[in-house]
Design a binder for this molecule. Structure first.
Ligand SMILES: [Zn+2]
Length: 255
């Protein structure tokens, strides 16, 4: 059974067949999905999907690329969404220095990351963290929030940073990019990573695994990521799917 811990099913890429797809995922082996928002609108759309599909849960938050014209006071509305019984995390939040370029915008994104990690601590919810080209500042932010817990999604940092996060009780999750032939760091990190700290995700509609690279991704492709992890860990694909399902349920406190 599959737990896709990170899929953006509100995305336009699913407009043509969203309900046709989502209504058939359980019969294709998908047990659970978490759909993280990137701003208020997509967090609300994620909530609406969670209300429609039993197996789907959601997270609310502001992604670092979605902060234009947003005031910190709007985090009150994120907080309100987090009170929903199917909201299992604050996310996705974090830093993206690939897309966010100016010193002012980067400083603003750090303020939002800081405030949303505080919110996660206050609500005792895990955080779903996006870190692109901002490893040092993301790690500093984690260190500044010793009571926060969470996952670095689509993990792209070093083994050294992974050790710091795992020491602090954090999880790492991986997308289809671990199946790419040019995956560099992921294999050594996965070989080292304790099996109770790993989760799988699609980041749908992006990051489809080989041999579907470049196409629209959905949760049914998770076994391809599990197969890569299984090869690195000397386990079966089935064992990896079961372990990552249990890890996700424990992490997001889903019964
Ligand atoms: Zn995402």
């Amino acid at each position: 059974m599959i737990f896709d811990t990170h899929a953006h099913y509100y995305d336009d890429a699913f407009d043509a067949d969203r309900d046709a797809l989502l209504s058939t995922l359980p019969e294709k082996g998908v047990a659970l999905v978490v759909c993280p928002g990137c701003d208020l609108e997509s967090s609300r759309q994620s909530m609406a999907l969670a209300e429609r599909y039993d197996y789907l849960y959601f997270a609310a938050g502001f992604h670092p690329e979605n902060l234009e014209g947003v005031a910190l006071s709007q985090l009150d509305q994120v907080k309100a969404l987090c009170a929903h019984q199917k909201c299992v995390a604050v996310g996705e939040i974090g830093l993206d220095y690939y897309w966010v370029k100016t010193p002012e915008d980067r400083a603003n994104s750090r303020d939002f990351f800081d405030a949303q990690l505080s919110l996660a601590e206050e609500l005792d919810l895990p955080a779903i963290v996006h870190d692109r080209d901002a490893h040092k500042d993301c790690l500093d932010m984690v260190r500044a929030h010793p009571n926060a817990r969470g996952v670095f999604h689509c993990y792209s940092g070093s083994l050294e940073d992974a050790k710091v996060l795992v020491d602090r009780g954090w999880m790492l999750s991986f997308t289809g990019n671990i199946t790419f032939h040019n995956a560099r760091r992921a294999p050594e990190i996965i070989r080292w990573l304790p099996m109770d700290r790993i989760m799988l995700e699609t980041d749908a509609p992006y990051m489809a695994p080989e041999p579907y690279r470049g196409r629209r991704c959905d949760s049914t492709l998770i076994p391809l990521m599990a197969q890569t992890v299984a090869q690195l860990k000397g386990l079966t694909t089935e064992e990896v799917l079961n372990i990552t399902l249990e890890n996700g349920k424990r992490f997001f406190a889903i019964q």
